[in-house]
Ligand binder design. Structure first.
Ligand SMILES: [Zn+2]
Length: 923
């Protein structure tokens, strides 16, 4: 395009009022502080031919125009339907352009200009892709240099928990934000990619009686139009768009006072909690636990919390667990608002969520991924470190064991042919959404844990510190991270080994066999784990840090070896009585043994640590699924495992057991499997623990009690437990019109007891639960009640939960809970599936677009060709329009296929093993 001077001057005339940068609308938005002092750096009209318009950038924006600073001025009144704003973006233009691509989604733009010193050019704004790609078209081309974009716009508040959205409770309205991954563009025009880390000057005009929270402290407040108050915030350090946040409304602010200085941080850190009106007092536990967790992280990194203040905010409705926004972490209420009756499980969930978000302040916020393909590094790191610092603070809640269990559970997905590698190329918005999954968080966290053990805790930490130091306030890639760990630990072997786990999908299976004729040797072989019916190709090429334990008499000797070849043979000192191929359960791999090897370990299970016991149980189950182990081994192991002291260990097999009982056998087999669960678990619950806790009991007992109650009610259908818990639930809920009796149930048993109440007492009890639900704004109580009614075996009770899920009785996150619970329970799954197919559009309308792909995950536990055909017929035609849907559907279908294959190959064996079991004594 050549310069058109007449068009330029017209453009100048049209928008002369914007020369002042206070705008045609008369607003006095703050300005970014990055304008060039030297006029020669401004762009100018250019006679050069602009680089010709490229295709619409649906993935990454190009490098032709990049932001250097933002000033964002918003008018937010949650009582209205819309908000408005002006954004001023200073940009650097690398080559002549007449078109600028950026992001903006569903925004109505009233004016857009590009200015450069005295030059002012009106631009035409248009959204050109539904994902929120926008184009500014200039009437002329401009040269390389600096320029300033000014855009005035308005938009409706989102109603689907993304972007800038509204929540109402008790006739009070609030506005919150959720920008990660690609929803900042719903709140303001922006270059909405993580690599663009620049300072923000933020200001919000709000009602005088509303609180406003954002990333930094308020610098000043001033009166704005119509009696509103304008909150002007301190300029932020360099940040990407996805980490900006706002919370506006009649919030309860619980000012805990600053977190005091410590050995690492020499200044106090201003710190507050915020919640919806009337709920501030329930922040007490969260506020108290922040100091030790934050100090644990500051000690680990050796640097203070990187930002000038910290607010933690409970939103009455929130799509995720929490979001690590700089200075303003937002949580769903179920995570943050805990009263004294909260269960240990809820406290555990709060602690690791909170530690995770705090860890992000360094990993993710201070050092940010260049692009979404490295989001795993954010999430894996925060996951791993959260469990580590939580364990340091309160080991009795067993956080590390939980991370290990979650990683083992993720191996079920990672065993699919349709799994993805941790570091997956991200080309589309589907890829971005898929990147937030168990592979990223849990496999990623477990792999970090494995390599920390490989290089040593201190050496690994030194590598992490080096990484923070090298890239503070900037962006970094996985390559940068691996190099930092190699440099910090002075161990270059870590790079290729780490990469073999990052850039290769699947779970390695290490086969270990000991030969004792002559010199004792151990042969280790690796291949990709393949369950029965798997389409996974053979092979696998990992560099696996294998640590094994040779058990001999009272001796247990650990040896570590980096397995780099398909098969290697090592000499042993002596022939061990038993061999455990994954010391401390710390390696992200499955392992297998010859059949006498399993037996030798089961005979010595008391000699293994809880993580090793978990590893053993999971690998027994994996060997069964791969067709390598008879079901009778699992059957005989159940009572042995159920008697183990650690609660995670004791109840681990019950989960797989319940899946088998619901999918592999007919009613006779089902009854026998239920009975086996009762025999294994009822005595521990009845006699060893009792319903009411001893005030001095260890946390392990409380956690075990809760999980046993759940197994006995749901999977074993134990009539005595059902009757006893239903009675306690009756007392707990209290009479219609009377008060609840919180003391009637310990926190960890509330949910199974309410489930028992519904099973035993039917619709009358469900009605009493709904009456409590309707008058309660306590998110945790509502969660328990919903689970109890949603999973009811009585179809009319479960149907009522679904009916209400599409009304205002339930919040959007509660709709997701109903679906999750109903699809998880085999008794409600068929009706839920029928309903979802009828109401899919209404369900999707209540969810953030980025969560739409989840509906393709719900039917994953079906196990018949007929259901598979239904899933295909329903989801295939619509999956392309669901964010992240295509891969999710592939995984769902593959899980169904694997279940069908397992049933065909082993269903009969399971039934026979159960029929041959010792008859269960009558209760
Ligand atoms: Zn995270």
């Amino acid at each position: 395009m050549t310069l058109d001077v007449s068009r330029l001057s017209r453009a100048l005339m049209v928008c002369a009022c914007t020369l002042s940068l206070t705008g045609c609308g008369g607003s006095d938005a703050p300005e970014p502080h990055s304008s060039p002092a030297d006029a020669a750096q401004w762009v100018a009209p250019s006679t050069e031919t602009p680089v010709r318009e490229q295709a619409i950038p649906r993935g990454r924006l190009g490098d032709a125009v990049v932001p250097t600073a933002y000033a964002l001025n918003l008018n937010i009144d949650p009582d209205a339907d819309r908000f408005s704003g002006r954004v001023i973006i200073d940009v650097r233009i690398a080559e002549p352009v007449d078109v600028i691509y950026l992001h903006g989604k569903n925004l109505t733009v009233s004016a857009a200009t590009l200015s450069a010193g005295e030059t002012l050019i009106a631009a035409e704004y248009a959204q050109v892709d539904p994902s929120g790609v926008a184009r500014l078209s200039l009437p002329i081309s401009v040269s390389a240099g600096h320029a300033r974009l000014t855009i005035d716009y308005g938009a409706p508040f989102s109603t689907t928990l993304d972007g800038l959205y509204k929540v109402e409770e008790d006739d009070r309205a609030y506005a919150f934000t959720q920008f990660e991954a690609i929803s900042a563009r719903m709140a303001f025009p922006s270059f909405d990619e993580p690599r663009f880390k620049v300072p923000f000057d933020l200001a919000v005009s709000a009602k005088a009686d509303h609180s406003v929270i954002s990333a930094t402290p308020v610098r000043r407040t001033e009166t704005a139009v119509g009696g509103a108050v304008r909150h002007v915030f301190e300029q932020t350090p360099p940040l990407p768009t996805y980490l900006i946040a706002f919370a506006v409304g009649p919030l309860d602010i619980n000012d805990a006072g600053a977190l005091p200085p410590n050995a690492i941080r020499h200044e106090p850190l201003p710190f507050r909690g915020a919640a919806a009106y009337g709920k501030g007092a329930r922040l007490a536990y969260a506020l108290e636990s922040t100091r030790p967790l934050l100090e644990g992280l500051e000690t680990y990194f050796g640097t203070p919390h990187p930002y000038p203040k910290l607010d933690i905010i409970a939103a009455p409705d929130f799509a995720f667990g929490a979001m690590e926004n700089v200075g303003a972490i937002i949580y769903r209420e179920q995570r943050l608002l805990l009263d004294e009756n909260a269960s240990l499980k809820q406290r555990q969930a709060f602690v690791y969520t909170h530690a995770h978000e705090l860890a992000h302040q360094w990993f993710g916020n201070l050092v940010t991924p260049l692009w979404w393909d490295d989001i795993w590094l954010n999430e894996a790191f925060a996951t791993w470190l959260a469990y580590k610092v939580s364990d340091q603070w309160n080991p009795s809640l067993q956080f590390s064991l939980r991370l290990q269990r979650l990683a083992l559970e993720t191996m079920a997905t990672d065993a699919l042919a349709s799994t993805r590698q941790i570091r997956q190329p991200v080309e589309s918005n589907d890829d971005i959404i898929n990147a937030f999954d168990g592979i990223t968080y849990r496999k990623g966290g477990a792999v970090l844990s494995m390599f920390e053990r490989f290089v040593g805790e201190t050496a690994f930490r030194d590598g992490v510190r080096l990484h923070m130091d090298r890239h503070a306030n900037g962006v970094a890639t996985a390559e940068d991270f691996m190099q930092s760990i190699a440099d910090g630990s002075e161990d270059e072997r870590v790079v290729p080994a780490f990469r073999s786990f990052l850039e290769q999908p699947g779970v390695p299976l290490v086969s270990a066999s000991v030969q004792c004729d002559g010199v004792p040797t151990l042969t280790l072989a690796q291949q990709r784990y393949r369950p029965l019916g798997s389409a996974v190709p053979e092979g696998g090429d990992w560099q696996i840090p294998v640590c094994f334990v040779a058990l001999d008499g009272e001796q247990a000797e650990e040896t570590c070896h980096l397995l780099t070849k398909p098969r290697e043979t090592l000499e042993l000192q002596q022939c061990p009585q038993a061999l455990l191929p994954n010391a401390a359960g710390a390696g992200y791999y499955r392992w297998t043994l010859p059949s006498d090897g399993w037996a030798a370990l089961l005979d010595r299970i008391d000699r293994l640590s809880p993580p090793e016991q978990l590893s053993l149980i999971d690998n027994l189950d994996a060997a069964f699924r791969a067709g390598e182990l008879e079901f009778s081994v699992l059957r005989d192991a159940l009572p042995v495992l159920a008697a183990q002291p650690n609660w995670e260990v004791a109840t681990r097999l019950a989960k797989a057991w319940a899946l088998y009982q619901n999918s592999l056998v007919d009613e006779a087999g089902h009854a026998a499997m239920r009975a086996a669960l009762r025999t294994a678990y009822a005595p521990r619950f009845e006699q060893e623990l009792g319903l009411q806790p001893d005030p001095k009991e260890p946390n392990n007992d409380a956690l075990l009690r809760g999980r046993l109650a759940e197994i006995l009610v749901r999977d074993a259908a134990d009539s005595e437990t059902l009757a006893r818990l239903a009675e306690a639930a009756d007392a707990y809920i209290g009479p219609q019109g009377g008060a609840m009796q919180p003391g009637a149930l310990p926190g960890d048993v509330i949910e199974p007891a309410l489930i028992a109440g519904v099973i035993e007492r039917g619709p009358a009890f469900a009605d009493r639960l709904w009456a409590r639900f309707e008058t309660s704004t306590d998110a945790i109580l509502r969660e328990h009640i919903l689970t109890a009614v949603a999973t009811a075996p009585q179809p009319e009770i479960a149907a009522e939960a679904r009916r209400r899920a599409l009304t205002d009785d339930l919040r959007s996150n509660e709709l997701l809970q109903v679906l999750r619970d109903q699809f998880a329970a085999s008794v409600t799954r068929p009706d839920a599936w029928e309903w979802l197919r009828q109401h899919a559009d209404a369900v999707l309308a209540r969810l953030p677009e980025t969560s739409h792909g989840r509906i393709a995950k719900y039917p994953e536990q079906f196990c018949s060709p007929e259901r598979r055909a239904e899933i295909t017929a329903f989801l295939e035609p619509r999956v392309e329009s669901l964010f992240g849907g295509p891969r999710t559907l592939d995984q769902t279908l593959e899980k169904v296929d694997l279940c069908i294959a397992l049933k065909q190959a082993r269903g009969e064996q399971v039934a026979q093993a159960m029929a041959a079991a010792e008859p269960v004594p009558a209760p």
